[in-house]
Design a protein around this ligand. Structure first.
Ligand SMILES: *Cc1c(COP(=O)(O)O)cnc(C)c1O
Length: 477
């Protein structure tokens, strides 16, 4: 017989506490925050910002977090009045530095839905509806790249995370092959261009691989199959090379590597072909440049950032694998509390979960804003938006050529223009940048090309006009 509780010791009870009040929405807060959001979304042009005095900030927020809470209006005002203006709007049509961002309104709004619903996209078991929608968006991208029907992947936080997760798979596939063949474990190498993104060298550092860096001076920055072959000819032993990275749109100059040429060497040698299209992948949407991506369909892994040229909000990168099972074999986390998400349904292998395909576990369903926007706007709108950036780059290159003191450094492949203003050094470019930002006409920065300080303009926002470009070029006089 079960023992009866002693009536003298009351059963412990947990009363609802007052702290639950923070889990009850304050209708005023809902209204004011949504009002703030609506104002921002409905503004005719995103402000450029990025000017306010950042030395004031520490004083402004000092003591804001304490034992007792504050009125939300006070905190929201501090955000809106003091903090937000110091943040450069990456989504301003006057943003021409780094890689701008230009999320569609549909994507921004749906990002709020993902937040408001705490939508996670970890596994089929927990989040089938989110996973299937994210996979639909990934399949759309894979189709544009003409990857095989086996391809699949996951949205990660950014291109850097995508490059890392992909190259970990490349490394481990080779490691396991070597182990299976009874070969000793050795440090592996990856062939990279001297123009590859900085996250690639970071990745090699983290994964304890080494780079075989190919100098692209003779091809004006483009890694080609011929250059890779020449570099190989100089190597006494290339058996430690497990992968090659091709870039589909370098971040500095928008250069698309010879993916087909590099890919055929990779196939011949049994290397993993990773294509970094974090910025430039979306250029495939434009029919007049699509041929430059020939060979991308052979990629073993491909990264494209929705938060760049696919017009989605931060932070979102699509990581695609030709064979996602290889990635799952490397990245799946094994823990008894997770068995339930990996269990095999009767009659078939377990579905691969998004969490199995990269270095992460818990993840936001960050692909849904892109999914919603692709469905609502349609691919044709994306094609037009990408074509507009390409046209702006050509327009800017033409205007720069017309300028008596400017020279275009290389014909833009995509939407980035590098140029030289004769007689200028770093100080003059900085002055140009400062003057444009102070007047809120544009945000531009200089860059380097072969050790020379040069001007750089990156186009991405569909609302950028030729007048905005003219203002930037006029400031070079
Ligand atoms: C931007 C970029 C990255 C890094 O992507 P994040 O999203 O910033 O992490 C990697 N490769 C290329 C080619 C890029 O343009």
């Amino acid at each position: 017989m079960a023992q009866m509780p002693d009536p003298a010791t009351p059963i412990m009870s947990v009363e609802p506490i007052d702290a639950a009040r923070m889990h009850v929405a304050d209708p005023d807060m809902v209204r004011d925050i949504l009002g703030y959001v609506a104002e921002r979304l409905l503004a005719s042009e995103e402000p450029l910002d990025g000017l306010a005095d950042r030395n004031r900030l520490a004083g402004v927020i000092e003591g804001l977090i304490g034992e007792d809470g504050r009125d939300f209006r006070e905190v929201l005002d501090i955000y809106a009045e003091d903090l937000a203006p110091t943040v450069l709007s990456a989504d301003s049509p006057r943003m021409f530095a780094f890689i701008p961002s230009a999320p569609t309104k549909a994507a921004l709004l749906f990002d709020m839905v993902v937040s408001a619903a705490s939508l996670q996209g970890i596994s089929w078991f927990e989040a089938a509806g989110a996973v299937i929608a994210e996979n639909q968006a990934l399949r759309t991208l894979a189709d544009i790249a003409e990857m095989p029907s086996s391809a699949g992947g996951v949205f990660v936080s950014g291109g850097s995370a995508g490059n890392l997760s992909a190259l970990v798979v490349a490394r481990d596939v080779r490691r396991h092959q070597r182990l299976a063949a009874g070969l000793p474990e050795i440090p592996l190498r990856v062939v990279v261009s001297d123009q590859a993104h900085s996250s690639i060298s970071n990745t090699l550092n983290i994964t304890m691989m080494r780079a075989l860096v190919v100098d692209t001076t003779t091809t004006d920055g483009r890694l080609t199959g011929a250059l890779v072959a020449e570099a190989l000819a100089r190597e006494a032993d290339a058996s430690d090379i497990c992968a090659v990275v091709a870039t589909a749109g370098t971040t500095n100059a928008g250069i698309i590597d010879d993916i087909a040429g590099i890919g055929s060497i990779a196939r011949e040698r049994g290397w993993w072909l990773h294509v970094d299209g974090a910025y430039g992948g979306a250029g495939m949407l434009a029919p007049d440049v699509r041929h430059r991506y020939a060979g991308i369909e052979q990629a073993d892994s491909l990264v494209m950032d929705p938060h760049k040229w696919w017009f989605a909000p931060f932070d979102s990168a699509a990581l695609l694998y030709r064979d996602p099972r290889q990635a799952a074999a490397v990245h799946t986390q094994d823990a008894s509390y997770l068995d339930v998400i990996h269990d095999e349904p009767a009659g078939g292998p377990a579905d691969i979960n998004p969490s199995d395909l990269a270095h992460h576990l818990t993840r936001r369903a960050r692909g849904l804003p892109l999914w919603f926007s692709l469905a609502v706007n349609g691919l044709a709108a994306y094609r037009d938006a990408v074509a507009h950036s390409l046209e702006l780059a050509r327009y800017a290159a033409d205007r720069l050529r017309d300028h008596p003191d400017c020279e275009v450094i290389r014909e833009p492949d995509l939407s980035i223009v590098l140029f030289r203003r004769r007689g200028w050094g770093l100080a003059e470019y900085e002055e140009w940048s400062r003057g444009l930002l102070e007047s809120q006409r544009a945000f531009v920065t200089s860059s380097k090309w072969r050790d020379e300080v040069v001007g750089r303009l990156a186009f991405l926002h569909p609302a950028t006009t030729t007048e905005m470009v003219d203002e930037v070029i006029a400031a070079l006089d």
